[in-house]
Design a binder for this molecule. Structure first.
Ligand SMILES: Cc1ncc(COP(=O)(O)O)c(C=O)c1O
Length: 413
């Protein structure tokens, strides 16, 4: 739990870990197998690919790295345009700061906070290379509409699935719905690989091969001269006074080391067995919160569109503009009732790094209005106890009923 200052903390752990995870770590440590790039990783990736319905799943050390590597596959060129959602965690778009491309922020759908397909379509130009979106809080974006637009215009789509593991979209899994997908297994996420970790999923074999080389700093073209080789190495390769003794390789794609450790992968594998239970627990907490919200007409729940199963990474609702209580008052009163509140996320186009590239208030009016005045997040992590959940729903009910009574008195006056 993040702190005991609160009766209901906003937990920094998004999943439950138990004896099975501890046994998996012990087994990995006690075996004489390497602690990197071994059988646990292979098994975790195979299982993840099956579950997601993709040809390839490649694990890495974080969601941030997954996004860096996933975005590198887009082969962005100077002058390319990328359409991106502003309502996500900064890591979704951060890699774009390294590319000489123009980012065009789309607006969001006020019912889900996901990229609004109409806004995406209005931003397409002949220069558009890619669309970057998130499944905000665990509600899959309108992928049928987005993929139709993308295919019509020959544009690639990357889905940030950091929140979406365990959810579904018309029977399919997020991670299989676009060209490239990135997941996070950070401590706060729906499952974890010992606190940090991530995954990239792709259908294309050539991309999987490329990702594999980059993440493990492998060369994609080899020039080797070893001691004992039949030909002598050129003079400039010789260490003064000694025979050359190094492999020498030419690397076309700059690589990195982003290999998930074996104990992390072993835990990930066990966590996948728990996934249904973890999501069921999130959904049960969400249902309890929903029972309270339904009673008050001046708040509205985030939509779960038909065919979508919300993984409830975040629990989000909205305070209507004429509610008689402002969003900030509501947040403040819940804090005073002992509920730890975190609001997610400040619209990215208004962060200093994006403003420095010319982005301004007014660019995404819906995202800005919702963030400034309407959206609220509540804790709904599976680690919350029954006592936490009871306190949460009572505190929420108390705050909303006080506002309701004030509204009624105002209406009578
Ligand atoms: C939407 C989103 N994308 C990316 C990330 C980055 O993941 P990580 O913390 O594993 O680097 C996060 C998590 O914090 C996230 O919420």
């Amino acid at each position: 739990m993040s702190t005991d200052r609160y009766l209901v903390p906003y937990p920094g752990r998004g999943s439950i870990l138990g004896a099975a995870e501890a046994a998996a770590v012990s087994a990995a440590l006690e075996s004489d197998q390497p602690l990197s790039a071994g059988t646990h990783r292979e098994a975790f990736e195979r299982r993840f690919a099956e579950l997601t319905g993709v040809r390839h799943a490649l694990s890495v050390t974080s969601g941030t790295v997954a996004l860096q590597l996933g975005i590198s596959l887009l082969d962005l060129q100077p002058g390319d345009e990328v359409i991106a959602t502003p309502q996500t965690y900064k890591a979704t778009l951060q890699p774009l700061l390294e590319y000489p491309v123009r980012v065009r922020f789309c607006d969001v759908d006020a019912r889900t906070l996901n990229a609004d397909p109409a806004s995406v379509e209005s931003l397409i130009t002949p220069r558009t290379r890619a669309i970057l979106l998130v499944h905000y809080g665990g509600v899959t974006a309108d992928m049928d509409a987005i993929m139709r637009i993308a295919r019509e215009h020959g544009v690639l789509v990357l889905e940030d699935c950091a929140h979406a593991l365990g959810g579904s979209y018309h029977g399919r899994r997020p991670g299989s719905l676009a060209d490239i997908a990135c997941f996070s297994f950070h401590s706060s996420k729906n499952i974890t690989t010992l606190g940090e970790g991530g995954m990239v999923t792709v259908h294309r074999d050539d991309w999987a091969h490329r990702l594999d080389l980059i993440r493990s700093n492998e060369s994609d073209s080899v020039y080797v001269r070893r001691v004992g080789a039949r030909q002598d190495p050129p003079g400039w390769m010789l260490h003064p006074g000694r025979a050359h003794s190094h492999d020498c390789a030419r690397i076309r794609h700059p690589g990195t080391n982003a290999v998930l450790s074996e104990p992390g992968a072993a835990v990930g594998l066990v966590q996948l067995d728990r996934l249904d239970h973890l999501i069921a627990r999130r959904r049960a907490i969400a249902a309890r919160i929903g029972e309270v919200l339904e009673r008050y007409p001046f708040v509205r729940m985030i939509a779960e569109p038909e065919g979508v199963v919300n993984a409830y990474h975040l629990y989000t609702f909205f305070v209507e503009p004429d509610a008689g209580i402002t969003r900030d008052q509501l947040v403040d009163r819940l804090e005073r009732q002992g509920v730890e509140m975190r609001l997610r996320y400040f619209p990215l186009h208004l962060l200093p790094e994006w403003r420095a590239r010319g982005h301004r208030p007014g660019e995404c009016p819906t995202a800005e209005r919702l963030w400034a005045r309407e959206q609220v997040n509540l804790p709904c992590q599976p680690v919350l106890s029954e006592r936490h959940v009871s306190h949460l729903v009572h505190a929420l009910d108390r705050v909303l009923s006080t506002a309701d009574t004030a509204n009624r008195a105002l209406a009578r006056a």
